[in-house]
Design a protein around this ligand. Structure first.
Ligand SMILES: *Cc1c(COP(=O)(O)O)cnc(C)c1O
Length: 377
């Protein structure tokens, strides 16, 4: 390590981005990319045309983007107010360069400078811990049940009671969780409600448009809760990097202080606005994707070597069925074989997280899984 680099960065591995994204050439379209939970469908051509028109006629390349995000925030406020009987205004919203940026801003606003520790329940979205570590923020983890991935509330309470230097300031949960697909249970929700107001609860609803699970309705009662949403998944805008936080105006004001002044490029702002204006058309593939998830789940029941869980999102988590006596490292072979046959899934937390793709992709997923499992029959 170079002598001017912080020594604790030695322990941090860079986030492994999409295999194709480090090459200058795009990932070949012959690979089924089912490892990052995107919507399998690109924007339809009429909306691409609107975007192209915006680029041609409106966008000023030589000018900084709108650093206030006011138009987009107004559109977001309108959209999120549809999903909850609550009055969310632009003062309750902060927009980030992906929700990843907001996660980082939350960490800076709460825990940086040795003021706080983060609590997560594993397995869960890896970026909370990755971003915390990059900021030198300690992370305490509790485990989830091997049976249903519910979080160990007793262990979490114990961790909160025993972590003092610095104390736990933020709890991150995903609703529904990634990579496991389970939504928060009523017990977990009661536990989150019971947390004291000096602990921030971040409920990451990245998959809301698939699951319809949301805690937005009770946000006005809970100044220590923040909800995260993104345009990267159901809204088909992963390339544009737009996510947002919804919360108490004072919490949002703190996030606004921390974000970079022009954090969202003009074209991404325009894209997010356009997809919100056309949300009915764009979200009409969601029922189709859920239908495909049901078919994929059904097909997995025919693979006795695999254990899988009902998912409230657009992906399915599978592990090896312990009663088949296959060693966990076999899963990495299966993962590699899927990849060499053209299906990319995510190997994480001792399982495979498989994104629901197009009908053709899902068909190939099952076919290739069968092929890979044949070696063990
Ligand atoms: C995909 C995902 C996000 C979205 O990240 P962006 O930075 O907005 O693309 C956030 N949280 C979870 C749990 C996710 O799976």
């Amino acid at each position: 390590m170079l002598p001017f680099i912080r020594s604790d960065l030695d322990d941090i591995r860079a986030y492994k981005a999409h295999p194709g994204s480090t090459n200058s050439a795009p990932v070949t379209s012959t690979i089924d990319r089912l490892d990052t939970n995107e919507n399998p469908y690109d924007l339809p051509s009429d909306i691409r045309q609107k975007l192209a028109w915006t680029y041609q006629e409106i966008l000023e390349n030589n000018r900084y983007p709108d650093g206030t995000h006011e138009h987009l925030k107004a559109a977001i406020a309108k959209y999120v107010s549809e999903s909850a009987a609550t009055n969310i205004t632009t003062d309750n919203i902060s927009v980030g360069n992906g929700s990843d940026e907001i996660i980082r801003s939350i960490l800076i606003a709460t825990c940086a400078g040795k003021e706080g520790t983060v609590l997560v329940a594993n397995p869960t979205f890896s970026m909370y811990a990755v971003l915390a570590q990059a900021l030198g923020i300690p992370v305490v983890t509790v485990e989830r049940s091997l049976v249903d991935f519910s979080l160990d509330i007793a262990a979490a309470n114990k961790a909160i009671a025993q972590t003092t230097n610095p104390p736990i300031r933020v709890v991150f949960v995903v609703h529904p969780n990634s990579p496991t697909g389970n939504a928060l249970t009523s017990q977990e929700l009661s536990w989150l409600r019971s947390l004291p107001e000096h602990i921030l609860v971040v409920v990451d609803e990245a998959y809301f448009e698939f699951s319809q699970n949301t805690v937005l309705g009770e946000l006005s009662k809970r100044p220590n809760w923040i909800v995260l949403r993104t345009f990267s998944k159901a809204f088909r805008l992963a390339a544009h990097r737009v996510g947002y936080a919804i919360g108490h105006i004072d919490a949002i004001a703190a996030l606004e202080k921390i974000r970079l002044p022009y954090n969202i490029p003009s074209f991404s702002l325009a894209a997010a606005l356009i997809v919100l204006q056309n949300r009915q058309q764009l979200l009409n593939v969601v029922p189709q994707i859920l239908d495909e998830k049901a078919k994929l789940t059904q097909a997995l029941t025919q693979q006795p070597e695999l254990q899988f869980w009902e998912s409230a999102a657009n992906f399915i988590f599978v592990r090896l069925n312990p009663s088949f006596g296959l060693a966990e490292e076999q899963l990495s072979h299966i993962h590699a074989q899927l990849m060499s046959n053209g299906t990319l899934v995510r190997y994480v937390s001792g399982g495979l997280r498989i994104t629901v793709g197009s009908p053709q992709e899902n068909h190939r997923t099952i076919e290739r899984l069968q092929t890979a499992l044949k070696n063990y029959r």
